[in-house]
Write a protein that binds this ligand. Sequence first.
Ligand code: ATP
Length: 483
Amino acid sequence: MDSFRDTKALKYLRPSQVGPMAAGLSAFGASELPAVEEPSTIWIPDDKLGYKLANVVERSDAGVVVKAKNKENVFEEMDIPSDETQEVNPSAFELCEDMASLTHLNEASVLHNLRQRFLLDLIHTFSGLFCVTINPWRWLPIYTDQVVQLYTGAQEHTPPHVFAIAQTAYSGILKGGGDQSILITGESGAGKTENTKKIIQYFTVVAGGGMSRMCKSATFNSALSSSSLEEQIAEMNPLLESFGNAKTTQNDNSSRFGKFIRIKFGSDGIVVGTEIESYLLEKSRVVSQNVSERSFHIFYQLLSEGFPASLKQALNLRMPASSYRFINRGGPDSDQVDSINDAVDAQHTDRALNTLGFSPDEKLYLYQMVAACLLMGQLKFTERTGFDQTFIDGTAEANDVCALIGLKTNRFVDGLTEPTMKVGDQLIRKSQNLEKTLFSVSAVAKSVYERTFKWIVTKCNSSLRAKGAGKQSLAGRLAHFLT
Ligand SMILES: Nc1ncnc2c1ncn2[C@@H]1O[C@H](COP(=O)(O)OP(=O)(O)OP(=O)(O)O)[C@@H](O)[C@H]1O
C-alpha cells in the first residue's frame, strides 16, 4: 500500500499517526477522570453524548459502582446496572478502520470510533463487509481520479472508502464471481445519492476504457452532437434528479423516488451498458408540498431565467414560480433555495437530455407535459350551491393546458366536471361537486407527471442499454426512504 503514502488525500484516508487513547477519549471526559489506583474505564449512558466514560470503582453481580460527573458536573460515585454499561476497547483499537475487529463490539464503542474518525475527517469506516460513511457536508479531496487509481486493482488493507467497496465488487466480477450487488442505505440526507454517483464515477474511470459507443443527439439549439456511453452514464443521474428530486426540510436535493441501477460489464471487464429501474415516485409532490419544501426541481427550472424565454412562451408559462398554485404550497419564497441555481440547472438538464439522445421533438413533448401539470393548478371552477355541479370559471387556463396536451378544451373540462362512468353496460355522465372536481384535476396532473417520469427512465434505458451481450452485472440497490 505504498501508493497510499504518496497522496495528499492520505490525510483523509489513513493518517500516519493514530492518536493515543487518552487523546481519542478526551471528548468523552477521559482526561478529566480522577486518577484511581488501578484505572479501569467503562461506558455508561449519558443523556447528551449517548455514552460517556466512567472509572470503575467496584464490580458486583448486580452492577458496577463507577465514578463519573453528575448533572451538576461534579464527580460522584454511582451505581449502574450491569446491562447499562459497555466495555471499553484497548487503546490499540483507537480510530480502528474495521470495526468488526474490535475486541468489544458494542454500540458505545462503534459510536465512539465513528465519531473520533469523523473528527479527523475520516468519514469512511469498514465494519466487516460494510462501509459506514458519515456525510461531512463539505467536499473532501477524496474522490479525485488519483484516489480512484489508488484503489484500482488494490486487493486488501486499503483504507476504508466507498471506492474500496466498488473495487471489491469489480474484482468479484473479474474473478468470475458472478453478479455482484451493492446496497446503499441510510436516512434522508445521509448521502446515498452522492455515494452512488461516486461508485458510478469509479466504474466509468476503471472500467470505461472501451466506452466509445457514440450516440447522436440534439443540443439546446438543435445542433447535432455526439456523446459517449461514458458521458451518458454520467448525465443520467443529474437528469433524473431534475425530474425526481426536490427540496425537503432535510435535504435540498432529496430523491423522491427509489432506484435500482444495473451496470453491465462485457467479458473484458469493460462497462457496456446501464439500466435503471425507478419505483415509488412521490407524485403527490406535483400538487402539494409541506411548508419550506418545493416540488420537483424541473418546475422551477422551466420558470427560471436559464430556460429560453421563447420556449417559456410556447409552454404558456408567463408568471413567476410563486404564482403557480401547485408549486407554491411551501410558503412565500420557498422556491428560492440558496444551494440551488435553477437557471444553471435548467441548462444542465437540457444538455443531459441531449447527451442521452432525446430528440428536439421529444424534449419539447417532455417540457409540454411538465408545463401542463403546472398549469392544471391554475384551473378555476365554481360550484352550483346545493347541487353536485361544477363549472369551469373561464376557459383561458384550460385552453393553455389543452394546447400542450393536445386535447379539445371542452372534452377535457367535461371529463373533470362531468366524468363518464360505466353503469352496467351503459356509459353515463355524472356531474360532481367542486371538491371531487379539484381531486380529479390533481389526480390527472399527478398521473401525467408520473407517466412522463417513467417515459424519461425508459428513454434513458434505451440509450444506455448494453448493445452487446453483457457478461456479468453489478446492481446498485438503493433504498431511498421517503420521508
Ligand atoms: N460524501 C459527501 N461529501 C460531501 N458532501 C456530501 C457527501 N454525501 C452527501 N453530501 C451532501 O449531502 C447532501 C445530501 O446527500 P444525498 O442527496 O446523497 O442524500 P440522500 O441520502 O440521497 O438523501 P435522500 O434520501 O433525501 O435522497 C448532498 O447534496 C451533498 O451536499
